[in-house]
Write a protein that binds this ligand. Sequence first.
Ligand SMILES: Nc1nc2c(ncn2[C@@H]2O[C@H](COP(=O)(O)OP(=O)(O)OP(=O)(O)O)[C@@H](O)[C@H]2O)c(=O)[nH]1
Length: 733
Amino acid sequence: MSDLPVQLSTTANAEGNQGRVVHHQQCPGKTKKSTWFRCAVELRRRRTGTCPAQQQLCPSDKTTMHTQKVRMSMEDYDYLFKIVLIGNAGVGKTCLVRRFTQGLFPPGQGATIGVDFMIKTVEIKGEKVKLQIWDTAGQERFRSITQSYYRSANALILTYDITCEDSFRCLPEWLREIEQYANNQVVTILVGNKIDLADKREVLRQRAEDFAEAQSMLYLETSAKESDNVEKLFLDLACELIREAKQNKLDNNDTAPMPDQKIDHFGFLEVGTFKQRYLLSDKYWHQPGGPILFYTGNEGDITWFCNNTGFMWEVAKELGAMLIFAEHRYYGESMPFGDASYSDSKHLNYLTSEQALADFAVLIKNIKSTLPGAQRSPVIAIGGSYGGMLSAWFRMKYPNMVVGALAASAPIWQFPGMVPCGAFSKTVTQDFAKSGYNCEVNIRKSWSAINNISSSASGLEWLSEEFSLCDSLKNKNDVVTFKNWLQETWVNLAMVDYPYEANFLQPLPRWPIQAVCKHLTMDSKTSDKLLLKGVSQAAKVYYNYTGGSSCLNISQTATGNLGVLGWFYQACTEMVMPMCTDGVSDMFEPEEWDFQAFSDECKSMFGVRPRADWAEVVYGGKDISAHSNIIFSNGGLDPWSAGGVTHNISESLVSILIPDGAHHLDLRYSNDLDPLTVRAARTLEINIPSTLSSSKSRDTEEDHTLVKEEISLCMPQTPNPTLHSPAAIATAE
Ligand SMILES: Nc1nc2c(ncn2[C@@H]2O[C@H](COP(=O)(O)OP(=O)(O)OP(=O)(O)O)[C@@H](O)[C@H]2O)c(=O)[nH]1
């Protein structure tokens, strides 16, 4: 996805352009402060050196965790190949990918965390070939994640560093991994990288060629730095894959027919259809009848959710489950009107949660009727954030399709009149208050310090320099934008205050708010300038943890992996989520929730006005007790928990609270640094679908009752199962 601006503005110009969607790099004047999460898949840390001394040298023989089979529905190419780069840490995998896909050699390239991927479409002899290139982390600690990408790979690029004997010596270990985890038709090429460092060569070319030949591998030497042979590497590989495909050697086929989704499920005039993308993994699926874990895709490319929902991958094996990740219409590649989908409000008209839920239902019906062994598989909906809301709503609206739902960090009550508009900011403030001495107090004071300093031209210049802003502040409007940017920074930090290094909105250290707060311990006598110097250092923890940013861009607060524009449209129609601040119970400048102003802005931007009460009407508001089989999990650190279900409603509408969890921490891959509370939450969450799955397909009312009974057995008996850990207690103290 392209990097979308966080701040949006509209035009309703004299030429009658009203309703055409426009997004600027930066809004003049008042800017939006509402935030939804955006995510990414990798974290990069600053790292130097070419031979990865002190890092693990060879992959271990850990057992596999999962693999995925990807089915794409968009047929804008003749071939789709998945290429996975593997090899020791630091051999140059990421640099090779970026050289090929972006034509650059990234300075100060940091270690890949988990897996990253990029797409490049090339044309070979008149045929369009889409290359999906997966860059895996070489570090041992990510091995269990990266192994899972082997199975569905069409080609593997096994990379070593010609200046690092150790990276060559590890190759037999890597080959054992390939043998164990990759499919037996995979094309493997051995690549010796960094040939620009000829004087440091430790592995002779002949030796590598002999090794490759003995292993029936192709061999090529490259320099990502000098761009030697990089293009050739990927294009030759693509040619080879096409050749193999033509000989029908590759298992590159998509067997299940893709459903054509109706653009409008609820009317009969619009008869158009579109292809919805979904990803499917059946590696651990016990067929017939094994359960299906169905991710209800949110506002972004489904691949990102697939990568960031490690919980599902981890439980698939345990449950013998099939995994399906369904993309939400108008995001990623599932565009009802192709490139025109966002062109105006007429085309955007079908971007609603109800239409998306109907897509999910049609998709499940289609899979069940076409995939052998799936007919009697119980389906469990899982989702996080807006995806979690969809999971809960899916179970409510289509109980015939899903036997239960896990709705993680799903603020289904963040709608008008259901929770106080200031609750969100209050949680953000509390997160900072407990993460460092004077931290919240100094942020609270920073707004007036900014107002004071920015009142003169020299002050604006000082602020711009101190914060290393890419574009200098020039006037009052810029200062408003600057303050909103800072506020959104603190909000985002509260959402991603994870206990380990991660890259969700930005690459960040573990417990990032604590890292930020180390710069905000000044006492009450501190001058405005000293205070703001601290704020600037704190902001740079968020924006420049990797050290790769030469300046800070105040029109962005997160990497743009999600569909911010689409989400903004949804907020302007049915997802109206009031937010306000009072400067007392929260650390921000006071700002009331002004529905009229919001509505006017929506009108000028999209040509539509929001329906403030619709979510309540269509999804039941706080009155959901008639429903069943939904788990609502919420993190105590997550500001969205304010709009979530944080108490048990019935014995099968239950809440799990994770005191030291941020935004859907429970859905992420497990990590050694996970607090006990999130581990306990996952245990509960795993048990519930496991119980559901044992009941196989439940299509009758009687069966649903049985499911409900079985679920209640797994439910904690306390009215509100808040999980306690030493960390949580320490925080509370
Ligand atoms: N001289 C030279 N340096 C390179 C080349 N390719 C990568 N490097 C450097 O090698 C280091 C590691 O590069 P990465 O691309 O991050 O290596 P990686 O294999 O992706 O490492 P992990 O993500 O940890 O698995 C960086 O400092 C790069 O600048 C190359 O062709 N020539």
